[in-house]
Design a protein around this ligand. Sequence first.
Ligand SMILES: [Zn+2]
Length: 89
Amino acid sequence: MQTCPICYKTVEPSERYPHYVCSDCAKLAKSQDGRALIFFNESISGGYAAKYADTGESYNSHDCYIHAVKCYADEHRFGGIVIMKIENQ
Ligand SMILES: [Zn+2]
């Protein structure tokens, strides 16, 4: 059984992403200074992109914070975005 590393809710098991956060927690991702972020694919073929939710200004980092836990957002292998907790912090 796999659980979300932030809220410990049961999630769909993923061998490739053993530490991914659930969709509820993913919505809470913020920059280090506490601004809400939106992650998306650059194009229909994929790619990672992020922007600030308030101004729409682009966010040039993969780092994000959920409940002050540092996480890493990236393009999901099957499309969309996956956010993982960074281990060993
Ligand atoms: Zn969660």
